[in-house]
Design a protein. Structure first.
Length: 141
């Protein structure tokens, strides 16, 4: 089984953590031209929070999910399909976060890569991980 560590922001994590009965989430990425091929269906995707003062500059795994699929969609369609399971309260908020991420990476945001997770649990923080690389595959023994 493979594990993949994807970096997420605190707002996405906090919003999903506050929802009740989240069974799946859409972990979107602001690089819609790059297809996600790191995992196969059923592998584990871990959510790592951005290092910040809030995390005491530590690597923290904040949950995970079982990888289900990847696709590139217009942002509006991703919102229609997952609504608040996108980690935002509204379409406008989701779009604003994607545009902000895209601006940081100098990309034009009309579409987003969406990584779907079934049986996701983005509400537990697991401290103590060291030297976790973002966007990295790990194999379990």
């Amino acid at each position: 089984m493979k594990f993949y560590v994807g970096v997420t922001d605190h707002d996405w994590f906090d919003f999903l953590r506050a929802l009740s009965e989240v069974d799946e989430v859409n972990f979107w990425q602001p690089s819609p031209s790059a297809e996600f091929r790191a995992l196969g269906k059923g592998d584990v995707f871990l959510f790592k929070l951005h290092r910040s003062e809030r995390t005491h500059n530590q690597d923290l795994i904040a949950g995970g999910g079982v990888f289900a699929s990847f696709s590139i969609l217009p942002i509006s369609l991703a919102w229609e399909a997952f609504e608040q399971k996108n980690g935002a309260a509204s379409y406008g908020e989701m779009r604003q976060r994607l545009v902000k991420s895209a601006a940081a990476s100098k990309k034009n945001m009309k579409t987003a890569g969406r990584i779907i997770h079934s049986t996701a649990s983005p509400w537990a923080i697991f401290p103590g991980f060291r030297k976790i690389a973002r966007k990295r595959n790990y194999l379990s023994g």
